[in-house]
Design a protein around this ligand. Sequence first.
Ligand code: FES
Ligand code: CO
Length: 321
Amino acid sequence: MDEVLVNEWFAVLKSEEVKEAPVQVVVMGERVVVFRTSKGIHAFKDLCIHRGSALSIGTVKNDTLVCPYHGWQYDSDGNCVCIPAQAKGASIPLKARAQTYVCEEKYGLVWVCLGAPAAPIPEIEPYADPAFSTHVFGPYRINSSSARVIENFLDYSHLMWVHQGYLSDPEYSEIANYGVNRVNGRLVTDEVTIFEFDFDDPDRALIPVVYVKEAYRPLTAFLEKRFGAGRVMCILMASCPIDEQTSVTYTVHAINFDPGEISEYMAVNDAVMMQDMVILENQKPEELPLDLQAELSLKSDLMSIAYRKWLAECGVKLGTV
Ligand code: FES
Ligand code: CO
C-alpha cells in the first residue's frame, strides 16, 4: 500500500448513506466497514478476527457492530464485548478486536484514513459561511485512477472542448499565461479567466469567469469560480482510490447565489462529470505518469505539471495502492 496515501483522508460515503446498517467501502484495496452508533460514525477493517466474515454484512445493535456469522459484538473502540458461544461470564480473549480506523464527518461526507492522518481534513472557509449553500454530488465511480481524476479537475484547457455547449466554447480556448504558487503547503494557480455561459442569462451569453484552482492534498482539490457581481461558486473534489484503475469521487459545491432549481443544477453537474469520465476512462496509461517526459506538456498545462512534480515530491508512488 502506498506509504504516503495511507496517511491521507478519503471521502468514502455521503453522511446520509450511513443509516442503521453498516456499509462496506473499499479504500486502496482494503475493505472497510463504516457504521453509525449513538456515539457517531466509525470505521473498521471489514474483517472479523474469528472466521474472517465481513462485518459489513452484519448489523448494528446496542451501539455494537454484530458479526453476522457467530454474533460476536464489537464496541465502537473495536473491542469484542460479547461472544455468544461462550458461557456467561467467561472472559473474552484480548485478541478479540476489530481493527479500527479514524473516521470523521465533514462537508456532508464520511472521511476515513487507514493510517495516521498526515494533515487534517481541509478547512475551507466558504463551507462555514452562512451566505453559501452547500450541495454534495456523487459518488462518481470512475474506471480511472484518482490522480488522473484530480488532474483533470485541475486542468484548464479541456473546459472549452470536453464541456463545449455546457460550460464553454472552443472559440475561447486560448489560456493566458498564469503562475502556480505554493501557499501553506498547497498548490494554487493565479486567477485564470475562462469564458463561460452565464447561469443567470436566459440567452446563455458567454461571460468572463475568474477561476482559481488549488491542490489541497494529493487527492483533494478545490476550485473557486467568480462570475462577477459577487457571485461565487466553490467546488471541493475528493477522490478515493479503490485500486490503481478505479476510483470513487465526490464533489461538494458551495454557492452564494441562487443556482435555480437544485435538481436541474445537479443534473448539469452530473452531465459535466460524465463528459470528463468519457475522457478519463479512455486515457492511457491508466495511472498518472509522474515522469514529466512521459507526456508532452505546454505552458497551459502548468498546473498539471506542478501537480505531478508535487506528487513526486510528496513521495506518492502511484500504481502501488
Ligand atoms: Fe465473526 Fe465468527 S466470523 S463471529
Ligand atoms: Co472537466
